[in-house]
Structures are given as structure tokens and as C-alpha cells.
Design a protein around this ligand. Structure first.
Ligand code: SIN
Length: 450
């Protein structure tokens, strides 16, 4: 384990990997600590894609989009509780984030539309595979090529200000404590969606819900920062994701792109009950309002072809497949006549692009190609919108709104960008936009103080 470094990044999800690469590009010495025994954090579970506007890919597809529309839709979806400055910075930097990724052979060549958005803005790998593992692998390759040290099983447990203004990070590794002195620390440790005690404390209504998060998402970075004087904000803003398969001990998130590419939701009466591409908050609440508190995603072969992850969901037994709608209804115990009538109504709505029932406007395709598929879903804890108070340059702020010198935070550990509802595809975009900014700001701090 190193004893000193210029910039120390805590966490190895996309935010941490990006921050480290960006700091390395400015010529700084940087290392990454990861408390788990593998890299990737929650990022490697991300499914649908990365939102960005005014990109070359959008223009190639004749999608005229603007950062202002992105801002407005995200602000509305977030209940207007988003920090306006963070959101402004975010929505105007996604295009350069997509361009920056290209240097690491990240090719996002396909587009989809997720909940709460009106335009195809979600960039995803060309073969439609889940973005998280794809990005983490590409970024980690680059980290290794750059010889940036990554220490696994290494949990930062305390930050202390030294007399020379540097920060000492106490690290627990295999039961031993060591100390790393650094000029600045970037917190990229993720949220607290896997901490039952924190969920119970801040969002008790979800205390009994399962989670989509990896087990390391326990809010350690929040505690660390708070003990060092950081202000924590909006901790009660916890997102539940509407489409999570949880019939087995292992919980599987069914990516929003499945709805983005055309799937609908029906209840046990075989009826739709919501615009499936409304915001996560609204769709989750609509499922919970059903008598059984769960629902079925329904799709046909055309949707299946447009989402690579569906092959994986099927391979692990999450998908019911049938050659006709009658058979599908029978397999999942829906009243066949009502279900088929509902699909007929949906097919009309999709053909005419007019959903009189629920006003859906995106991802509309008639189900006219078998086989047909169903996935049983219910909401689960997915994302923590609150966290460390930062400014647009990712400086960590104290209770008085003052910058804590040398301390930076980005990604899910930070709070304020998403308001009371994160839009699907904004999290990966956030990791790149603010991960980069954290690497730049930590480098700038070094330039000014060393
Ligand atoms: C999803 O694809 O639905 C999950 C990824 C995200 O939360 O953006």
C-alpha cells in the first residue's frame, strides 16, 4: 500500500474510474481505493444507458435535441427539487462526456428513450447490451494501461487534516490500519441503497423493500465526509425502481430500456394502469397502488430483439415465453379475454401513436410478432438521490456552504442533482460528467496549492 499520493480516489464505480483517469490525464499521481473485493460498484449493474444531448449520434438520427429541453424535463421529473446550478452544469456537459469516452474505445452507437423524457436521448452500446459492465470494463482497461494503482478490500475509515493542509486517510485493509497522506481526496463511494438501517432511518416507508444495489452501497462515504465537516442534503429522497424481478433470492433489475423499446405493464386483471414511460416515481407508485402491489411487463419478439439483456433475463429463468397471447395469459394466470382485448387496444394506440388511456408518447410499437413474453415485477430500492452537498466544481461544502479545501465528491455519494426522482440514464451520465470534473478540480487544487 502506498504511503503518499497527490490525489486519492475512494470508490471504483464509473465515477471513481473516470475521476482517476481525468486526473491522470492532467499529469497528476492518483490511486484508487475500493472497499469491496472487486471493482465496479453499482455502476456495473447499470442497464439502460447514458443520457446526453446535442450529440453527433442524435443528429445522425435526425433527433434535434437541446440541453435546455434536457434541463426542463429533468427538473420537472425531479419535482423541481433539483439544484438548478448542478442541473445546468450537468445538462450542458453530457455531449463532451460522450466525446471524452471515445478515447477509451467507448462506442455508444444506439439510442433509446427512458421514463420522463420526450426524445431519444439515452445512448447505449451499439449492440444494445447493458451499459454498466461495458463502461466499467473499458474504463478499467484504461486505468490499467495508465498504471493507476487500484487497491481492493481497502476501506477508508477516517479523514484527518494534517498541519501542512494535506489530508490523511486511514485505511482498513484485511484487518490492518494504514495511513495515506494526500493533497486531495475524491469521494466516489456511491449511495446507501444497500444499507437497511439507513433506508429505515431516512425513508422508513421502504424499510422492508428489497434492493437492486450491490452489497457495498452502504453510505460509508457519507459518514466519512460528514465527520470531516461536510453537509449532507436531501437524504430522505430515495428512489424505488418500478421493474424489479424479486421472486428468487437474487434480485434482478429489469432495465427501463425494456419499456423504452416498447414493453407495457399490466396488472393481474390483464389491464394497463399507467403510462409505462412516466417517471419512475409515478410508475412505482402506480404498481404499489395495484391490489397485489406487483405487475407484469409484457412484450413481443420485436422488443425482445431490441434489448440484449432480455436474453440474459431469459437465461436465468425470469421470463415467461409463449407462442400466443392466449398461452401467455394462461401461463401467468391472467383472464385471457380481457388481456387480449387490452393488447388490441394497445396495438391500436401504438399504430395511431395516440394512447387515449394513459397518454404514453414514446416507445410505442404494436405487438404483432410472437413469441410473446412476460416478466413479473415489483418496485425495489434503487438509488439514493440525497448525499454530500457539492458545487458544480464538485467541491464538498460544509454546513455554511463553504468549500472544504482538498475534498471533492461526485456520483451517487453527492446530493441535489436529481431532486425527488432520478431519471433513468442520468446516473451514468452523472458519473462521467462529474467524475471528470472531480478529476479536473482536484488537479487544479493541486496546481494552486503545491
Ligand atoms: C435501468 O436501466 O432501468 C437502471 C439504470 C438506471 O437506473 O438508470
Amino acid at each position: 500500500m502506498i504511503k503518499e499520493i497527490e490525489i486519492l480516489v475512494l470508490g471504483s464505480g464509473c465515477t471513481g474510474l473516470v475521476a482517476a483517469l481525468q486526473a491522470h490525464q492532467t499529469g497528476k499521481k492518483v490511486a484508487i481505493l475500493e472497499k469491496m473485493d472487486q471493482i465496479g460498484g453499482n455502476s456495473k449493474r447499470a442497464s439502460s444507458g447514458m443520457n446526453a444531448t446535442e450529440t453527433v449520434l442524435q443528429l445522425k438520427n435526425n433527433i434535434i435535441d437541446t440541453a435546455q429541453e434536457f434541463y426542463d424535463e429533468t427538473f420537472k421529473a425531479g419535482g423541481k427539487m433539483n439544484d438548478p446550478a448542478l442541473l445546468q452544469y450537468f445538462t450542458t456537459h453530457t455531449n463532451s462526456a460522450v466525446e471524452w469516452l471515445k478515447a477509451f474505445n467507448v462506442e455508444l452507437g444506439d439510442l433509446t428513450t427512458l421514463g420522463g423524457m420526450n426524445k431519444p436521448r439515452t445512448h447505449r452500446p451499439t449492440d444494445t447490451s447493458p451499459i454498466g459492465a461495458y463502461l466499467v470494463n473499458k474504463l478499467f482497461d484504461a486505468v490499467q494501461k495508465a498504471d493507476i494503482p487500484v487497491y481492493l478490500n481497502s476501506k477508508a475509515v477516517k479523514l484527518t487534516r494534517l498541519s501542512d493542509q494535506r489530508i490523511a486517510v486511514e485505511v482498513e485493509n484485511n484487518g490492518e490500519i494504514s495511513r495515506i497522506k494526500c493533497n486531495s481526496v475524491i469521494l466516489a463511494t456511491g449511495g446507501f441503497g444497500a444499507s437497511q438501517s439507513l433506508i429505515k432511518k431516512y425513508a422508513p416507508q421502504y424499510a422492508d423493500y428489497k434492493t437492486t444495489n450491490q452489497e457495498g452501497s452502504t453510505g460509508d462515504g457519507l459518514k466519512l465526509a460528514h465527520q470531516f465537516g461536510a453537509q449532507l442534503i436531501q437524504l430522505n429522497q430515495v428512489q424505488i425502481h418500478p421493474t424489479v424481478q424479486q421472486d428468487n433470492p437474487h434480485v434482478y433489475l429489469i432495465g427501463e430500456t425494456v419499456r423504452g423499446e416498447g414493453a407495457i405493464l399490466v396488472n393481474t386483471a390483464g389491464k394497463r394502469f399507467i403510462n409505462e414511460l412516466d417517471t419512475r416515481k409515478k410508475v412505482s407508485n402506480a404498481i404499489i397502488a395495484q391490489e397485489t402491489k406487483h405487475a407484469y411487463l409484457i412484450l413481443d419478439q420485436q422488443v425482445y430483439r431490441r434489448v440484449k439483456a432480455l436474453g440474459f433475463y431469459e437465461s436465468v429463468g425470469l421470463v415467461v415465453k409463449a407462442s400466443s397471447l392466449d398461452e401467455l395469459a394462461k401461463a401467468i394466470h391472467l383472464p385471457a379475454a380481457d388481456f387480449k382485448a387490452e393488447i388490441e387496444t394497445w396495438n391500436q394506440a401504438a399504430t395511431n401513436h395516440y394512447d387515449q388511456q394513459f397518454g404514453r408518447q414514446t416507445g410505442m410499437h404494436p405487438f404483432n410478432e410472437g413469441p410473446f413474453y412476460a416478466i413479473h415485477v415489483a418496485p425495489a430500492v434503487h438509488y439514493t438521490m440525497g448525499g454530500i452537498h457539492i458545487d458544480t466544481q464538485t467541491h464538498v461544502l460544509d454546513e455554511n456552504g463553504e468549500i472544504i479545501p482538498g475534498l471533492f465528491a461526485a456520483g451517487e455519494v453527492s446530493g441535489g442533482l436529481h431532486g425527488n426522482n432520478r431519471v433513468g440514464g442520468n446516473s451514468i451520465a452523472e458519473t462521467i460528467v462529474f467524475g471528470r470534473q472531480a478529476g479536473i478540480s482536484a488537479s487544479q487544487y493541486l496546481n494552486e496549492t503545491k
